[in-house]
Design a protein around this ligand. Structure first.
Ligand code: FPP
Length: 250
């Protein structure tokens, strides 16, 4: 990072109100493929560069004191990509967990996964379980990695579990309300995201955290994910702090 960027990052960071941090930030990491294409490189180079951004932003989130960070790493729709790309993304995940687990653990990061893990190939699944187990006692940043995640599928799974619990007299149908239903989601016991960051120039939610994002503030940017830096992350937080959140009130 050059000196000018560093100074800029410090300035933005100093402007952040530490008493009004978003508790939970969700990120749709988009633009890896276009980042690579612009450089006449293979899409895989974009994903590889994207992992470097993951490391930087996880560190930044921990440094500033964000409690929950949710990264959309692989959606239920991403299986439709060419097998070679899916395999590469799985390999990147495995490499990331193998190389970064100790650092994450030392930084008191707790890893959690949201999504249907049953369909993940054996090796990434085992690495994920290992990471969850090793970091389960950590208390600083809670890092949710969304893997084989789809918002609609999450809601349908939750509805089925609810119906099952009603059938088995575990819950009463009349006790089902918004708060109880949340307990059936992958993010149970976590606050809803306050802020969604989507770099990459697209303006949609792409089946991400559909139930949880009812009142989330959205922050979009044209920057491709591999070019997204700490400074952009802090800028998004600063912009978030200028918003007035009314939650449907006045
Ligand atoms: C979207 O960019 C990105 C993905 C589908 C994968 C995101 C994965 C990573 C950043 C790396 C692995 C993650 C971890 C946590 C180690 P795109 O390929 O759709 O970009 P495009 O729209 O420009 O083609």
């Amino acid at each position: 990072m050059n000196l000018k960027n560093k100074k800029n990052e410090h300035k933005i960071r100093n402007d952040i109100d530490m008493n009004n941090l978003p508790k939970h930030i969700a990120i749709i990491m988009d633009g890896n493929g276009r980042w690579a294409k612009k450089r006449f490189m293979h899409r895989s180079a974009g994903h590889k560069a994207g992992v470097e951004t993951v490391k930087e932003i996880v560190k930044a989130a921990g440094d500033i004191g964000i409690e929950y960070l949710t990264l959309y790493a692989f959606s239920t729709e991403n299986w439709y990509r060419p097998k070679e790309e899916v395999d590469f993304l799985m390999k990147l995940l495995v490499d990331y967990l193998r190389k970064e687990l100790n650092v994450l653990h030392e930084n008191n990061v707790r890893i959690n996964v949201i999504g249907n893990l049953d369909k993940l190939p054996e090796i990434p699944r085992q690495e994920v379980y290992k990471a969850i187990e090793k970091t389960k006692g950590n208390t600083k940043l809670k890092l949710n990695i969304a893997l084989n995640y789809g918002g609609r599928s999450e809601i349908i799974t939750a509805v089925k579990e609810c119906i099952n619990d009603v059938k088995n007299n575990i819950i009463d149908i009349h006790s089902i309300d918004e708060e109880l239903f949340k307990k059936y989601l992958y993010t149970k016991d976590q606050p809803d995201p306050d802020l969604l960051i989507r770099p990459g120039g697209e303006y949609r939610v792409s089946n991400f955290l559909l139930y949880q994002m009812a009142y989330t503030e959205f922050w979009f940017s044209d920057i491709y994910w591999p070019d997204f830096k700490r400074e952009d992350f802090f800028k998004a937080i600063l912009d978030y702090q200028k918003r007035e959140r009314r939650f449907g009130g006045i």
